[in-house]
Design a protein around this ligand. Structure first.
Ligand SMILES: [Zn+2]
Length: 224
C-alpha cells in the first residue's frame, strides 16, 4: 500500500540500521534488508531478512512487517496474520491504536516492536516457547488486553466499563469507583479509562460487534 508519509519517514532509517535499505517494489518505496538481533551481552543472536511496507493507516497504525526467509512458520500460532497477508502481528489492535494515537515514529517502532518481536521468535525457535509470555490471538487476545487495563470481575462489568468509556464517563473528583468498593475512582480506574478513551470508536465497535455476541454465545466464559 503506497503511503507517502511512510516513504518520507523511512529516508533516515538506513543511516541508523545500516543493513536496511530503501528499495522500490511495485511502485512503492519499502525498507528491505537484514535486521540483527543482539542479546543482552551484545552478542549477535540472529539475523532476520525483513521487509517493512507502508500500510493504509500509517502513521495512525503500524506499517506492514514481513519476514522473508522462512525463519519461522507463517501461522497464527507464531504471531503471523496467517489468513490475511502473512505479515507479522507485533501487537493486538487496541494497543496498536493507542501507541499510534499521535502518529507513529518509525525508529521507535523498529526499536520497541520489531526487534522485540524477532527476539521473541528467536527465543521460541531455540526453546520452544515465548519467554515473555504472549497475548492470545483474536478475540481472546483483545479480552486479555482489555483485562490487563480494566480488571473487570465479569463480562457484564467489562461491557459496563466499555459503555462508560464510550460515553466519556467523568465523575467528580471525590466520586467513588462504581467497580471497586470504597476506592476513589481517580485512584483506581481513572487512568485506564483515560487511556482507552483514545480508542473509544474502536471500543464501541469491538464491544457491540465482537464482545457482546461472544459473551452471549459463551455464557460461562470466565475473564482471564
Ligand atoms: Zn476502580
Amino acid at each position: 500500500m503506497k503511503n507517502e508519509k511512510f516513504e518520507e519517514d523511512i529516508i533516515s532509517i538506513p543511516e541508523i540500521f545500516n543493513k536496511l535499505s530503501i528499495v522500490e517494489l511495485d511502485g512503492e518505496k519499502i525498507l528491505k534488508g537484514e535486521l540483527d538481533i543482539i542479546d543482552t551481552t551484545g552478542k549477535p543472536w540472529d539475523t532476520y531478512q525483513i521487509e517493512i511496507k507502508g500500510s493504509d493507516g500509517y502513521p495512525y497504525s503500524f506499517p506492514k512487517l514481513f519476514e522473508t526467509a522462512n525463519a519461522f512458520p507463517k501461522i497464527l500460532d507464531w504471531h503471523v496474520y496467517e489468513f490475511n497477508d502473512k505479515s507479522c502481528c507485533v501487537d493486538v489492535t487496541p494497543n496498536e491504536l493507542i501507541i499510534c494515537k499521535s502518529g507513529l515514529n518509525i525508529i521507535d517502532y523498529i526499536e520497541r516492536f520489531v526487534i522485540p518481536y524477532f527476539a521473541n521468535q528467536s527465543f521460541r525457535i531455540r526453546e520452544g516457547y515465548y519467554l515473555y509470555g504472549e497475548y492470545a490471538h483474536g478475540i481472546f487476545g483483545r479480552i486479555q488486553f482489555y483485562q490487563s487495563k480494566l480488571r473487570a470481575k465479569n463480562p457484564n462489568e467489562l461491557l459496563r466499563m466499555f459503555y462508560l468509556i464510550v460515553n466519556d464517563y467523568n465523575p467528580e473528583r471525590t466520586a467513588f469507583c462504581p467497580f471497586c468498593s470504597k476506592t476513589k475512582f481517580r485512584k483506581c480506574h481513572k487512568a485506564a479509562f483515560a487511556e482507552l478513551s483514545i480508542i473509544k470508536d474502536f471500543l464501541y465497535w469491538d464491544g457491540s460487534k465482537q464482545l457482546i455476541p461472544f459473551f452471549t454465545a459463551n455464557p460461562d466464559y470466565k475473564l482471564p
